[in-house]
Design a protein around this ligand. Structure first.
Ligand code: THU
Length: 141
């Protein structure tokens, strides 16, 4: 099944929300704010930012913060994620750990890599994480 086409107005909304979420980042150590916004299958948008910790390894990325918020709010079916950081001259993808966490909830994500000026590049989780290990390998759909 291919990732589905998303209405341009919704894409722009998603992109705007990830830019807003980036402003909330708690990143006193890296000073590298990241924002994410997830579009759920039923049309909700849930945001996340990175939340760092003095014990550096406990830092949680923006994408994972958003996923965890979404699950708490009852969502398990997702359509797209927009992600942004402060890098202006090229599009930046989610880290490997976040790609795997997205895969937990299906391979059909559309991913919008977003620059601070709101321009974005559309890609997909399938493209970002080829030959994945997924719940299917543990007998779960
Ligand atoms: N970070 C994210 O929030 N998402 C990613 O996909 C990559 C990295 C955060 C973690 C840390 O707070 C900062 O960016 C620098 O690594």
């Amino acid at each position: 099944m291919a990732a589905q086409a998303i209405d341009l107005i919704r894409v722009k909304e998603l992109v705007a929300k990830c830019l807003e979420a980036r402003k909330m980042a708690y990143c006193p150590y890296s000073k590298f704010p990241v924002g994410a916004a997830i579009l759920t299958a039923d049309g909700a948008i849930i945001t996340g930012c990175n939340v760092e910790n003095a014990s550096y390894g406990l830092t949680v990325c923006a994408e994972r913060t958003a996923i965890q918020r979404a699950v708490v709010e009852g969502h398990r079916s997702f359509t797209a994620i927009a992600v942004t950081c402060d890098i202006k001259d090229h599009f930046v993808g989610p880290c490997g750990a976040c790609r795997q966490v997205l895969m937990e909830f299906g391979g059909q994500w559309v991913v919008y890599l977003t620059k601070p000026d709101g321009s974005y590049k559309e890609t997909s989780l399938e493209e970002l994480l080829p030959l994945p290990f997924s719940p299917r390998h543990l007998g779960k759909d």
